[in-house]
Ligand binder design. Structure first.
Ligand SMILES: [Zn+2]
Length: 237
């Protein structure tokens, strides 16, 4: 459904592709393995290889109209760089960082499974991630951490599918994060299923099986309003 490679295979770390447009320091390519900032998950970073040259990619973002994905090249490294439509280039992903985003993102979906209250926000980071809930009852940090780790240890497949976006009108309850509505107007919506545990629209990249997340810690649960609580999560390693 999506032309982008990161949706076909979130584990691909290198890609040979071609230049579509190079404007200022922003580069559009025919395809990409770089995830663009969105849905609470940061844009990928890595390197662009052009012949013998390696140039840092410091961020990846959708264009304003979301029609294309723009790789932001390090401005200090593009002196004398000339890229024209059709030029062959190679992308190399910072996999260590992205894989942590994948583990973290899948972990946040597990919190949505363990806590049935409304989700008010979420953010993925490589060191610290957070999910916010409008809690109906107090939450014990140690108990939640134990249940989260037990769920991860059991393992469950994570799969994706594209559905007509009318599914969101028919089943609005599928959207767990009320503050981050999935992008509409493209005809299709991407659904992420953690087998037997969670099913929601999501544009992020995920691990194949939640066992891959490994042990996690909940360093704190912070109050962000009367009932609104922020749960911070970090990976043990
Ligand atoms: Zn998600």
């Amino acid at each position: 459904m999506s032309p982008y490679r990161f949706y076909q295979d979130a584990y691909q770390t290198e890609l040979d592709t071609r230049v579509v447009r190079f404007d200022d320091h922003r580069l559009v390519l025919a395809d990409t393995i770089f995830y663009p900032h969105g849905g609470g998950q940061p844009g990928d970073i890595g390197e662009l290889v052009v012949g013998e040259r390696r140039i840092a990619i410091v961020d990846t973002r959708y264009s304003q109209d979301r029609a294309t994905i723009e790789h932001h090249l390090a401005e200090a490294e593009i002196e004398g760089l000339s890229l024209s439509e059709g030029d062959a280039v190679r992308l190399t992903l910072n996999w260590a960082r992205r894989h942590r985003h994948m583990r973290m993102h899948s972990c946040l979906h597990l919190l949505c499974h363990l806590i049935k209250d409304p989700v008010t926000g979420g953010n993925v980071g490589s060191e610290l991630s957070r999910a916010e809930f409008d809690l109906s009852a107090p939450l014990d940090k140690a108990d939640l951490e134990a249940r989260l780790n037990a769920t991860i240890a059991q393992g469950a497949a994570v799969t994706t599918q594209w559905l007509p976006e009318s599914i969101l009108d028919e089943q609005p309850e599928l959207v767990r994060t009320m503050s981050v509505q999935p992008p509409r107007g493209h005809g299709a919506i991407r659904m992420v299923r953690v087998e037997g545990l969670d099913y929601q629209p999501c544009g992020g990249t995920h691990v194949r099986d939640i066992a891959e997340i490994g042990d996690v810690r909940i360093p704190s649960i912070k109050s962000k309003g009367k009932q609104n609580k922020r749960i911070n999560v970090e990976l043990v390693d």
